[in-house]
Each structure stands twice: as structure tokens, then as C-alpha cells.
Design a protein around this ligand. Structure first.
Ligand code: MN
Length: 493
């Protein structure tokens, strides 16, 4: 269950027996035609499967129970060609455990001026069928996505595809295991959190493994394995160092960490420079490479950002913009040039590189180990978002900010790490004020591939607080929203 293509979505159509067998068979034939065309549209990342026409309460409950129990099914998509009384759906929706999208569409694009009569009205009544269907989910407070529009239109298909990626993110999340080497960096608050609470809400299993075992595993990597990986590095990156031994040690670290992660089925991991017992270097290049391969990573024990990065990478599968672990470092505050410089001590994912990364070896002021090899590059320009997940005491808050990544405004020849520059929305000063007011962390997941709208859908399905800082956000509006959110969440719990 590792790739988008392994998942499918079930198309479940609401109707009833009222209209006679002829209407029902037309509904079924059309639903199958729509599924086949949508499936072949090229806009959906996963398979769409026709499941059933719901005519009775038992049909609805049966389809939903089957969806709950089927590991391939990442979500259900419902639509009502005709009218489908929603008390038939109530018991089923109450036990629904999969993401749910209500596609409010209709078979025909236009009203056929000359032909329309009462038979046409009986067969084509999505406009009122979808309202009855939508009411019960509103009444039950069932989290769902509603997408309205003509099913053959590209924008509707794209939105459906985007939502499918979110649902896959939820499925991925539910089985995600995070491997921790060492604890959080001493005294840091924002990278902490309630692991049991997070597992309950998002499914993430966060556990620790001994750093000593990793060190043994690094030492056990054969010369042949390390040589093979060095050959791959030579193909992919420019070597801007003569210290090949340092690079080779990172290759061993990459191989060892990947082995341990795969043995345990972990798709994300953390480490910390404060706990490198038995290791020669802090993994730099090694962590950058593992992120490029799709593993989530969080430095200084940051398991929430590690897991979030893995989830976003899973949602972005096949996209080319890139997703990286990121950290806000320093600001450019000159008038008219305001932006933020993001980087990390070493570990920025090369999936966001604007050009071929260089391998370099430099001293690291902290950690007390040998000079680590790392990839150095500039991030690409373009629209992106940064995501932070914080534990605000008793619940999780996801904070997403729209950002515009730019070509770095200076070369910074002595900065020995990968770097990205961005303008946060709505502007640097208000953007920073909003981020700090909301409690956003210095660590984030930066992605060019997944939108804020998708993260909002993710938060809605998962049932966590969502805060979005956009071009229109003001500190005053945000403070009010956070205050009301606090009240709402207190009532909820
Ligand atoms: Mn950090």
C-alpha cells in the first residue's frame, strides 16, 4: 500500500425504488459511463470504481461497511442522479470511517429546451436529490467535501483528483510509523507533543530506537554497498569537495538508516545532534537523500514535522515541485525587499532544488562530530505553502501559510547549506506576526505540490484545528478566529 495507484475510490449513487426499474437501469448505466470517463480523464491519481446504486437503507449501510473494511478503498464519492431519501443513509453515514466526497453534479450539462418533460424531471433531479443527500451529513456533522459542477469539466475533475490525494494522505497517515533516534532537543517546546493523543487522532505511531543500534548498522555497511551509492551520487550531484571519505560515510549512514526504516516499515524518522553516540557525523547528505526518496524527516527530534513531511510527500506522489523539511532562519528587512531565509543546519530536501545540487563538506559548529557532507543548492522560485503542526494543549492546530518563494536576493557564498527565500503572505511583517500569534513553529514542511485547500480538507477529515494565513489575513481577524476556535474546541472536548 505504498503508492497512489494501489488505492481506489468507490462511486456510490443514491436513488430509490419510486421511479420504476427503467429509471434505475438508466441511472446505473449512466453512473458506469461517468465512472469510466472520469477514470480515464487523466485528472484522477487513483482508480475510480463504480460500486452500487443505493435503493434501500440496507444498500447504503452495506456499501459503507464494505468501504470501511476494504484496505484498497481510500474513500467514497456519492452522487444522487435522482432523489434518495436520506433517512436511508443515516445509519450508514453514522459508521462511515473513510473520507467522503459528495459530488454534486448531473449527467447532462444543459437543460434540453425542447425535450424537457416530466419524465426527464423524474430521471434528472440531482439538484434536489443532492440537497436531500447533503442535509443528513450536515445534520450528523459528518466531515465531507462537497464539489459542485459538471463532471466532464476539467476544474471539477482536478478538484476531485486533489481531494483523492488528501484521502490517500489520510490512509497513509493511519498506518504511518515514525522512527526516533534520540529524544527532542533539550528544552525545546514546540517540537514536543502528546504522542498518544496524536496517534488517536492521526494514526501516527511514534517510537524510539537506540542510536547505538544505528551506529552498529552504519559500521556494518559493506564497502561494496557504499561504493554503489557513491557512484549514484556522482551521477546526480556535482562534487565540490575532495573529502570523499566524509561523503562515503554519509552513504553508509543513508544505507543503514534506510535498512532500519524499511525493516520496521517506518516512513519517517527523527534524530538530534545532541545524541550521535558512536556516529562519526551528523547525517546531512544522508537525511537529504532519504527525504528525496519520500521519507519524512524532522531534526532535533521533531517527530510531528517528520510525519507531516512524509504525509505531504505521499499526497504529492508523482508531482514535480518538491516538498521539504524547512526552518525559518533569518530575515531580510530592507524596505521593499522583505523576505525570509529558510534553511537548516544540513537537512533540506533536494526535491526543491532549482539546479543540480553540490556535495560539500564543512565544519559544523554544534554536535561535536566530524565535518559532515551535505547537499548545497538554492530552492526554486514559485508559489508554495509552509505547514506547521503544533500541540496547543489538548488538541492539535495545523497552521498553513501561503508563501511566494523567490530566487535568493543574495548569493551568500559562505553559507554552507541549502537555502530557500520566500515572501510570506500577506507580507513579511504581518505574516510573521500572524505566524507567531498562532504559535507556528520554526520547523515546517514546505511544499510546492500540495495546496492550502488540500491541507484544509486533510484537517477537516482528521478533525483538527486549521488556521490559514493568506494574502487577506490580518492580525486582528486571526486573533478573533483563534479566540473563537478555543471556545469551540473547549465545547467539543
Ligand atoms: Mn532545527
Amino acid at each position: 500500500m505504498n503508492t497512489m495507484k494501489d488505492y481506489e475510490f468507490w462511486f456510490v449513487v443514491g436513488s430509490q425504488f419510486l421511479y420504476g426499474p427503467e429509471v434505475l437501469s438508466t441511472v446505473e448505466a449512466r453512473a458506469k459511463e461517468m465512472v469510466a470517463k472520469l477514470d480515464k480523464s487523466g485528472k484522477l491519481p487513483c482508480r475510480l470504481v463504480f460500486k452500487t446504486i443505493v435503493k434501500t437503507p440496507e444498500d447504503a449501510t452495506g456499501a459503507i461497511m464494505a468501504a470501511n473494511g476494504d484496505g484498497r478503498c481510500a474513500g467514497i464519492i456519492t452522487w444522487c442522479h435522482t432523489f434518495s431519501p436520506s433517512k436511508m443513509w443515516l445509519n450508514g453515514l453514522k459508521i462511515l470511517q473513510k473520507p467522503y466526497c459528495h459530488l454534486a453534479t448531473q449527467y447532462n450539462r444543459s437543460i434540453p429546451d425542447k425535450e424537457i418533460d416530466m419524465d426527464f424531471m423524474n430521471l434528472n433531479q440531482a439538484a434536489h436529490g443532492d440537497r436531500e443527500h447533503g442535509f443528513i451529513a450536515a445534520r450528523l456533522r459528518t466531515p465531507r467535501k462537497v464539489i459542485a459542477g459538471f463532471w466532464q469539466d476539467a476544474d471539477v475533475q482536478t478538484r476531485l483528483g486533489d481531494w483523492m490525494r488528501v484521502a490517500v494522505g489520510i490512509a497513509f497517515s493511519k498506518s504511518l510509523k515514525v522512527m526516533r533516534f534520540g529524544d527532542n532537543m533539550r528544552n525545546v517546546a514546540v517540537t514536543e507533543g502528546d504522542k498518544v493523543g496524536v496517534q488517536e487522532v492521526l494514526g501516527w505511531q511514534v517510537n524510539t530506537w537506540p542510536v547505538g543500534k544505528l551506529a552498529e548498522c552504519i559500521d556494518a555497511v559493506s564497502g561494496k554497498e557504499a561504493d554503489a551509492l557513491m557512484a549514484e551520487y556522482k551521477k546526480l550531484y556535482a562534487f565540490n569537495t575532495k573529502n570523499l571519505d566524509a561523503v562515503r560515510y554519509q552513504a553508509k549512514e543513508e544505507i543503514a538508516m534506510r535498512k532500519l526504516l524499511d525493516e520496521e516499515g517506518c516512513r519517517a524518522y527523527t534524530n538530534t545532534f545532541e545524541d550521535l553516540y558512536g556516529m562519526e557525523q551528523l547525517p546531512g547528505l544522508a537525511s537529504q537523500r532519504l527525504m528525496a526518496l519520500g521519507y519524512g524527516y524532522g531534526a532535533e527530534g521533531d517527530w510531528k514535522t517528520a510525519a507531516m513531511t512524509a504525509v505531504v510527500k505521499a499526497m504529492a506522489e508523482g508531482k514535480k515541485g518538491g516538498t521539504a523539511f524547512m526552518e525559518d532562519y533569518t530575515y531580510e528587512l530592507a524596505k521593499g525587499k522583505e523576505c525570509s531565509l529558510g534553511a537548516h543546519m544540513l537537512e533540506v530536501c533536494p526535491s526543491i532544488a532549482a539546479a543540480k545540487p553540490k556535495i560539500e563538506v564543512h565544519a559544523l559548529g554544534i554536535g561535536g562530530k566530524a565535518d559532515p557532507a551535505r547537499l548545497v543548492f538554492e530552492g526554486r522560485a514559485g508559489k508554495a505553502i509552509v505547514i506547521s503542526l503544533v500541540d496547543v494543549g489538548g488538541r492539535l492546530r495545523m497552521i498553513v501559510q501561503d508563501v511566494e518563494c523567490i530566487k535568493p536576493v543574495c548569493r551568500m557564498p559562505n553559507l554552507p547549506v541549502a537555502r530557500v527565500m520566500w515572501k510570506p503572505m500577506p507580507n513579511l511583517k504581518t505574516g510573521v506576526e500572524c505566524w507567531i500569534v498562532a504559535g507556528g513553529a520554526h520547523h515546517t514542511t514546505l511544499t510546492y505540490d500540495v495546496s492550502a485547500a488540500q491541507m484544509r480538507d486533510f484537517a477537516r477529515i482528521a478533525g483538527i484545528e486549521f488556521v490559514h494565513i493568506t494574502k487577506d489575513t490580518t492580525v486582528e481577524k486571526l486573533e478573533q478566529e483563534l479566540f473563537l476556535n478555543d471556545l469551540a474546541w473547549k465545547l467539543k472536548s
